[in-house]
Design a protein around this ligand. Structure first.
Ligand SMILES: C[S@@+](CC[C@H](N)C(=O)[O-])C[C@H]1O[C@@H](n2cnc3c(N)ncnc32)[C@H](O)[C@@H]1O
Length: 236
């Protein structure tokens, strides 16, 4: 696995390949007994070029390419940086952070994560009161970069889902503001067109620049996008 698996070079292979790919679009062989939604999910996975690339290049999931794009664009992962990875399973972002020179990666997730050299993982709910300390205790100093790709499970009740999503990203932002070294960076997945007003206010008060970016690897049908807050201004 190289530093990044160059997405631009890969895209440049042109329309001929895209048309072959279209012709080769594969169908789920047996749909019997599966719900329509899960057949669609399987079909999308099978035909998703990032899923294929992740398999070819040894990443644990297609999400890895989102961080690769974010890092290419915003230069987030520096050599020897300490990185916190919130919502880390199955570990694709942690792989990218390690491959790009982070000296320490601490990830946390509700789900277990396969071990990865140079990364440490906690199987824990980040909303638990003990979570912040557990993460900090594993770090050798303040983080340079806090990443959050956390996505709350949906309940099917839009208002509840929205509140849960907002609460998670706010918690991640508060953690970043409490722990980052001066000049550090924070990236978080947000939904529905971007960070909401309160969160933006908080980030703008604590970071020099705040931007939104939706990587190509993020499905166009998904409402997710990322907020990138750079150059943390630590208040004394
Ligand atoms: C999109 S996945 C992350 C993918 C990851 N960035 C990668 O590259 O492999 C979102 C993750 O957030 C986790 N998550 C959601 N709520 C969480 C919470 N309260 N505490 C910890 N992890 C949480 C989920 O379990 C899920 O694994």
């Amino acid at each position: 696995m190289g530093r990044d698996g160059d997405i631009r070079r890969w895209k440049g292979k042109g329309d001929a390949k895209a048309s072959v790919r279209r012709k080769m679009t594969r169908r789920v062989k047996t749909a019997r007994g599966r719900k329509i939604s899960s057949v669609r999910w399987l079909q999308r996975q099978i035909n998703d070029v990032y899923v294929q690339r992740a398999q070819d290049e040894g990443y644990r999931g297609r999400a890895a390419y989102k961080l690769i794009e974010l890092d290419d664009r915003f230069r987030l992962i520096r050599k020897n940086s300490r990185v916190v990875d919130l919502g880390a399973a199955p570990g694709g972002w942690a792989q990218v952070a390690v491959a790009r020179g982070a000296s320490q990666v601490v990830g946390i997730d509700l789900l277990p994560i396969e071990p990865l050299d140079d990364a440490q993982f906690l199987e824990m709910d980040f909303t638990e009161i003990e979570a912040t300390k557990a993460v900090i205790d594993l770090l050798s100093g303040p983080p340079d970069l806090v990443l959050s790709d956390m996505a709350a499970n949906t309940t099917g009740h839009p208002a509840t889902d929205h509140l849960r999503i907002v609460a998670l990203v706010e918690l991640a932002a508060e953690f970043a503001i409490e722990t980052l070294r001066p000049g550090g960076q924070f990236v978080a997945k947000v939904f529905q067109g971007g960070a909401d007003g309160e969160l933006l206010k908080l980030l703008r008060a604590n970071f020099e620049t705040v931007r939104h970016f939706k990587p190509d690897a993020s499905r166009s049908t998904s409402a997710e996008t990322y907020v990138i807050a750079r150059n943390f201004r630590k208040k004394s």
